[in-house]
Design a protein around this ligand. Structure first.
Ligand code: IDP
Ligand code: MG
Length: 149
Protein backbone atom coordinates (compact mmCIF):
# COMPACT_ATOMS: atom_id res chain seq x y z
CA UNK A 1 0.00 0.00 0.00
CA UNK A 2 1.46 3.37 -0.98
CA UNK A 3 1.60 6.48 1.15
CA UNK A 4 2.05 9.98 -0.22
CA UNK A 5 2.62 13.41 1.29
CA UNK A 6 0.14 16.12 0.36
CA UNK A 7 0.46 19.79 1.26
CA UNK A 8 -2.24 22.41 0.99
CA UNK A 9 0.18 25.23 0.22
CA UNK A 10 -0.15 28.71 1.79
CA UNK A 11 -2.28 30.01 -1.11
CA UNK A 12 -4.71 27.11 -0.64
CA UNK A 13 -5.01 27.91 3.06
CA UNK A 14 -5.42 31.66 2.47
CA UNK A 15 -8.04 31.09 -0.21
CA UNK A 16 -10.15 28.84 1.99
CA UNK A 17 -9.52 25.71 -0.08
CA UNK A 18 -8.40 23.36 2.71
CA UNK A 19 -11.79 21.65 2.87
CA UNK A 20 -12.17 21.50 -0.91
CA UNK A 21 -8.82 19.79 -1.34
CA UNK A 22 -9.37 17.32 1.50
CA UNK A 23 -12.88 16.66 0.20
CA UNK A 24 -11.60 15.64 -3.22
CA UNK A 25 -8.98 13.25 -1.85
CA UNK A 26 -11.41 11.80 0.69
CA UNK A 27 -14.15 11.21 -1.91
CA UNK A 28 -11.65 9.68 -4.30
CA UNK A 29 -11.26 6.79 -1.88
CA UNK A 30 -7.85 7.48 -0.40
CA UNK A 31 -7.41 6.87 3.31
CA UNK A 32 -6.19 9.64 5.62
CA UNK A 33 -3.25 8.56 7.80
CA UNK A 34 -2.03 11.85 9.25
CA UNK A 35 -2.82 15.55 9.21
CA UNK A 36 -1.33 18.68 10.73
CA UNK A 37 -1.71 22.45 10.37
CA UNK A 38 1.70 24.04 10.60
CA UNK A 39 4.07 26.80 9.63
CA UNK A 40 6.99 25.40 7.61
CA UNK A 41 10.43 26.72 8.54
CA UNK A 42 12.90 27.66 5.80
CA UNK A 43 14.97 24.67 6.96
CA UNK A 44 12.08 22.24 6.38
CA UNK A 45 11.31 23.94 3.05
CA UNK A 46 14.92 23.44 1.99
CA UNK A 47 14.81 19.76 2.88
CA UNK A 48 11.42 19.25 1.24
CA UNK A 49 12.46 20.96 -2.00
CA UNK A 50 16.10 19.80 -2.05
CA UNK A 51 15.68 18.51 -5.62
CA UNK A 52 15.07 22.10 -6.76
CA UNK A 53 18.10 23.74 -5.11
CA UNK A 54 19.91 25.90 -7.66
CA UNK A 55 16.96 26.33 -10.02
CA UNK A 56 16.00 29.92 -10.84
CA UNK A 57 12.63 29.62 -9.10
CA UNK A 58 14.05 28.03 -5.93
CA UNK A 59 14.36 31.18 -3.73
CA UNK A 60 10.82 32.22 -4.66
CA UNK A 61 9.59 28.69 -4.01
CA UNK A 62 11.00 28.73 -0.46
CA UNK A 63 9.47 32.19 0.12
CA UNK A 64 6.12 30.90 -1.18
CA UNK A 65 5.94 27.67 0.81
CA UNK A 66 6.94 29.48 4.04
CA UNK A 67 4.70 32.53 3.44
CA UNK A 68 1.92 31.21 5.69
CA UNK A 69 0.67 28.01 7.26
CA UNK A 70 0.20 24.80 5.31
CA UNK A 71 -1.84 21.66 5.90
CA UNK A 72 0.37 18.57 5.71
CA UNK A 73 -1.28 15.21 5.19
CA UNK A 74 -0.44 11.60 4.50
CA UNK A 75 -2.87 9.70 2.29
CA UNK A 76 -2.72 5.96 1.71
CA UNK A 77 -3.99 3.58 -0.93
CA UNK A 78 -3.02 1.44 -3.87
CA UNK A 79 -1.34 3.80 -6.37
CA UNK A 80 -1.94 6.69 -3.95
CA UNK A 81 1.00 8.65 -5.39
CA UNK A 82 -0.36 8.65 -8.95
CA UNK A 83 -3.95 9.12 -7.83
CA UNK A 84 -3.00 12.27 -5.91
CA UNK A 85 -0.93 13.59 -8.83
CA UNK A 86 -3.87 13.07 -11.19
CA UNK A 87 -6.32 14.65 -8.75
CA UNK A 88 -4.02 17.70 -8.36
CA UNK A 89 -3.44 18.21 -12.08
CA UNK A 90 -0.13 19.03 -13.76
CA UNK A 91 2.31 21.53 -12.27
CA UNK A 92 1.38 24.40 -14.62
CA UNK A 93 -2.25 25.29 -13.90
CA UNK A 94 -2.67 26.65 -17.44
CA UNK A 95 -2.17 23.09 -18.68
CA UNK A 96 -4.06 21.35 -15.89
CA UNK A 97 -7.25 19.62 -16.96
CA UNK A 98 -10.58 20.96 -15.73
CA UNK A 99 -11.78 18.75 -12.92
CA UNK A 100 -8.37 18.72 -11.29
CA UNK A 101 -7.58 20.91 -8.27
CA UNK A 102 -5.09 23.05 -10.19
CA UNK A 103 -7.28 23.04 -13.30
CA UNK A 104 -10.28 24.25 -11.33
CA UNK A 105 -8.75 26.71 -8.88
CA UNK A 106 -5.30 27.92 -10.02
CA UNK A 107 -3.84 29.99 -12.85
CA UNK A 108 -0.08 30.27 -12.16
CA UNK A 109 2.74 27.80 -11.52
CA UNK A 110 3.98 29.84 -8.56
CA UNK A 111 0.54 29.65 -6.90
CA UNK A 112 -0.55 26.12 -7.67
CA UNK A 113 -2.20 25.37 -4.34
CA UNK A 114 -1.12 21.84 -3.59
CA UNK A 115 1.84 19.47 -3.36
CA UNK A 116 1.86 15.73 -3.86
CA UNK A 117 4.91 13.45 -3.79
CA UNK A 118 6.08 12.39 -7.25
CA UNK A 119 7.41 8.87 -6.62
CA UNK A 120 7.87 6.08 -4.11
CA UNK A 121 11.26 7.35 -2.89
CA UNK A 122 10.26 11.00 -2.61
CA UNK A 123 7.04 10.00 -0.86
CA UNK A 124 8.90 8.03 1.81
CA UNK A 125 11.39 10.86 2.28
CA UNK A 126 8.71 13.57 2.46
CA UNK A 127 6.39 11.63 4.78
CA UNK A 128 9.26 11.18 7.23
CA UNK A 129 10.20 14.88 7.01
CA UNK A 130 6.73 15.96 8.11
CA UNK A 131 5.52 13.12 10.34
CA UNK A 132 6.98 10.97 13.09
CA UNK A 133 5.90 7.32 12.73
CA UNK A 134 3.62 7.59 15.79
CA UNK A 135 1.76 10.51 14.18
CA UNK A 136 0.40 8.23 11.46
CA UNK A 137 -2.81 6.58 12.56
CA UNK A 138 -3.63 2.92 12.03
CA UNK A 139 -7.37 2.64 11.64
CA UNK A 140 -9.97 0.45 10.00
CA UNK A 141 -12.19 2.13 7.45
CA UNK A 142 -15.55 0.40 7.44
CA UNK A 143 -16.24 1.41 3.83
CA UNK A 144 -13.05 -0.31 2.64
CA UNK A 145 -14.82 -3.19 0.88
CA UNK A 146 -16.92 -0.71 -1.10
CA UNK A 147 -13.80 1.08 -2.35
CA UNK A 148 -11.36 -1.78 -3.07
CA UNK A 149 -12.11 -5.36 -4.07
P1 IDP B 1 5.03 19.59 -8.63
O1 IDP B 1 4.62 20.46 -7.45
O2 IDP B 1 3.90 19.47 -9.62
O3 IDP B 1 5.61 18.27 -8.24
P2 IDP B 1 7.75 20.43 -9.24
O4 IDP B 1 8.36 20.43 -10.59
O5 IDP B 1 8.21 19.41 -8.25
O6 IDP B 1 6.17 20.40 -9.41
O7 IDP B 1 8.01 21.87 -8.63
C1 IDP B 1 7.73 22.12 -7.27
C2 IDP B 1 7.00 23.42 -7.13
O8 IDP B 1 7.87 24.48 -7.50
C3 IDP B 1 5.79 23.59 -8.07
O9 IDP B 1 4.62 23.01 -7.57
C4 IDP B 1 5.68 25.09 -8.13
O10 IDP B 1 5.05 25.61 -6.95
C5 IDP B 1 7.14 25.51 -8.11
N1 IDP B 1 7.66 25.70 -9.45
C6 IDP B 1 8.10 24.76 -10.31
N2 IDP B 1 8.52 25.29 -11.46
C7 IDP B 1 8.36 26.62 -11.32
C8 IDP B 1 8.63 27.74 -12.17
O11 IDP B 1 9.10 27.61 -13.31
N3 IDP B 1 8.34 28.97 -11.66
C9 IDP B 1 7.82 29.16 -10.42
N4 IDP B 1 7.56 28.13 -9.59
C10 IDP B 1 7.82 26.88 -10.02
MG1 MG C 1 7.36 17.82 -7.22
Amino acid sequence: MEQTLVLVKPDGVQRGLIGEIIHRLERRGLKLKGLKFMQMTRELAGAHYEAHVGKPFYPGLVDYITSGPVVAMVWEGNSAIQIVRNTMGVTKPVEAAPGTIRGDFAVEIGRNLVHGSDGVESAAREVSLFFAPEELVDWQRDAERWIRE
